[in-house]
Design a protein around this ligand. Sequence first.
Ligand code: PLP
Length: 396
Amino acid sequence: MPSIHTLAVHAGERMPRPDFTPVATPIYHSAAYIYEELDALDGVFAGTREGPVYARYGNPTLTALEAAVASLEGGEASLSYASGMAAIHGALLGAGARAGTAVVAAQDVYGATYALLTRVLASQGVTVRFVDGTDLAAVAAAVAELKPVAVVAETISNPLLKLADVPRLAEISHGAGAALIVDNTFASPYLFRPLQHGADYAVHSATKYLGGHGDVLGGVAATSAARRTTLNEINKLVGGNLGPQEAWLVLRGIKTLPLRMQRQCDNAAQVARWLAEHPCVTQVNYPGLPSHPQHALATRLLERGGFGAMISFDLRNGSQQMVFRFMEALQMVLPATTLGDVYSLVLYPAGTSHRALDAEARRRVGIGDGLVRLSVGIEDPADIMADLDQALRRAG
Ligand code: PLP
């Protein structure tokens, strides 16, 4: 009989392999995996067979999430990451960004993506050029001049809600041998699947719509099987892995993605139309409004009649102080630094998500001092509008 010290370590562990299958994917909290035959382990290391060996190389809960995202995105494979930023960084490295290469990016990408390119990659010798992603001639000129390894755009941009013409961007990128990386966070695969339109990577902050409940940080990059192998080889070395608990939360969130997205798109369409008529608001950016300069493109590209659930708008005579008064006056809508949750959320881009841009860069991109970003949740739209209305009137 082993001693209590030995029993405490081993008793109950490594039960015989079951002949049943759990309905929901279990959370595999194991750093390493053993095989009965060491040849099997050797085969995994040699790449001749699949299987988990060490959590930085892969984990069954993550594999389940990655299979789910690949299916939703219509791609061959995907790789999960500890955050959306890690996924974007991974895709850039996978596309070949290194000293002596170039990257072309849409100028109004998420502030941290902008800073990743200007601070981290540029300091490592990557030439970075920002262009207006809606000006295809400007993108084509930059691509022809720089011969970049990657072009980066967001399907629906943060926070100005500009649309990326992914099929045309793919043509331009591929014409010069560049990979197209599309951040599909705002659209989610419910509205758009970049890989089906020629993109090489569809990346997500899974923290947002995929997770959907504001309780997890994660990222994922969907791509071809060959590119996924490269991403995984890099990630095995840099170790930006998602944890199994987080993967499980995202996997669970995904089950209601279509229900949430449909409801949030419907709510946002109502709220955007109402805001456009509001006396305290001057400009409403929402691809579903006929006044949006790319409304026709959005109608053509986005599926299921939805236009997303993100809106941005300018307060009349807006300033940081006025935006802060508005945000503090809200009773139900939450002034929180995230988006895509079941809750409705507001954020001040100039001071948070896009703080990494200096005032001149923000002005050039079009992020004004009175701009508010609203992520519309699944609440009753009448309650969302009532709360916005009382706060707008108190701030104005
Ligand atoms: N991409 C977009 C469009 C985002 O809005 C964000 C975060 O707000 C990210 C990427 C980064 O995601 P994460 O915060 O999960 O790293």
